[in-house]
Design a binder for this molecule. Structure first.
Ligand SMILES: CC(C)(COP(=O)(O)OP(=O)(O)OC[C@H]1O[C@@H](n2cnc3c(N)ncnc32)[C@H](O)[C@@H]1OP(=O)(O)O)[C@@H](O)C(=O)NCCC(=O)NCCS
Length: 292
């Protein structure tokens, strides 16, 4: 467990004394007072020892995120947990649309951690530092993140997305996965865990906001559903798609490795109720499946 609190003068003094082995001496503490001490936060472990700092610079609606693990704790595989703790704190406190990282290009160790946490390089630039000269940097931003729908998020998600399969109170027999772009919900997928056509977990109600399509969001949602099914011990998953009327979705699932389950086509015709409202449907569904 990492706890995070506002930075103090004492934190600045600690950081000023930190020395990293080459080539990371670029990050050595500086005895000069920092310009914006209020942007620094202190991370402590269970024993209360300072294990690093976080730096958050709001650039509305976004946020720049920087961090430093105490030098003697680097190179021990602790980076990802440290990074994620700061990221979670940043999301809760600042609610940014997007989180940006600016990383020295040579720092592949840090870049690997950020990539594992779902960040991608989007651009490159050069910064000048006294004593180091021109240093190439890359900017990384958080890719779409997929999380299970929580009761507290229903109102915000419901304003933007159909949530056609929503049932309240939540039931254990299903899960809604929401794709977030920063703090904006941009897509969803529902997983039914029981009572399904193929007696397998079934992905339903895959939907991405029209303006956000072709950004791999549906692919991310489907992969997240597969990962959740796998973690619950399933080795196969299913879904259905219109036989002729939804070529985009058919292509999506084909690209993700779904194959025809070989079952009889299912005709759905007539009025159905979606969250209490009647809709007329006339479609023929093909069931697809994928081994996990
Ligand atoms: C179908 C849907 C979920 C796809 O969402 P998406 O986020 O745009 O999908 P992705 O970006 O992950 O697409 C992955 C692949 O699917 C295929 N695909 C998706 N949309 C496509 C389109 N408009 N034209 C052609 N291929 C398309 C492509 O193979 C694409 O890969 P590519 O971009 O490398 O070519 C979205 O269009 C949607 O919400 N439609 C309305 C609801 C719906 O039909 N749901 C599916 C019910 S079964």
């Amino acid at each position: 467990m990492i706890t995070i609190e506002d930075g103090s003068q004492r934190l600045q003094q600690l950081i000023a004394g930190w020395r990293y082995p080459e080539p990371y001496d670029f990050y050595d503490g500086d005895p000069e007072p920092v310009l914006n001490p209020e942007r620094f936060f202190e991370a402590r472990d269970e024993q209360g020892d300072t294990i690093g700092f976080y730096y958050f610079e709001p650039k509305p609606p976004n946020l720049d995120y920087g961090l430093g693990l105490r030098p003697d704790l680097t190179g021990q595989g602790r980076g990802l947990e440290f990074f994620r703790a700061g990221l979670e704190f940043a999301h809760e406190r600042y609610r940014p649309e997007r989180v940006f990282l600016h990383v020295a290009a040579f720092n592949e160790r840090a870049r690997r951690v950020y990539e594992r946490a779902g960040f991608r390089v989007v651009s490159a630039h050069v910064r000048s530092f006294e004593g180091f000269g021109a240093v190439p940097f890359v900017t990384m931003i958080e890719r779409i993140s997929v999380r299970q729908l929580e009761p507290a998020d229903v109102a915000a998600v419901d304003r933007r997305l159909p949530l056609s399969r929503l049932r309240e109170p939540f039931e254990d027999s299903s899960t809604y996965l929401i794709a977030w772009d920063g703090d904006q919900p941009v897509g969803h997928a529902h997983i039914a865990w029981s009572g399904t056509h193929m007696a397998l977990p079934e992905i339903q109600d895959v939907f991405v906001l029209p303006a956000e399509r072709r950004r791999r969001i549906a692919s991310e949602l489907t992969r997240a559903a597969e990962a959740e099914a796998r973690s619950r011990g399933w080795d196969r998953i299913s879904l259905s798609v219109s036989q002729t009327d939804n070529p985009d979705a058919s292509r999506l699932y084909e690209q993700l490795g779904y194959v025809d389950a070989g079952l009889e086509r299912v005709r759905v015709s007539g009025e159905i109720l979606i969250r209490g409202r009647p809709f007329y449907v006339d479609d023929t569904l093909v069931y697809l499946t994928k081994s996990l």
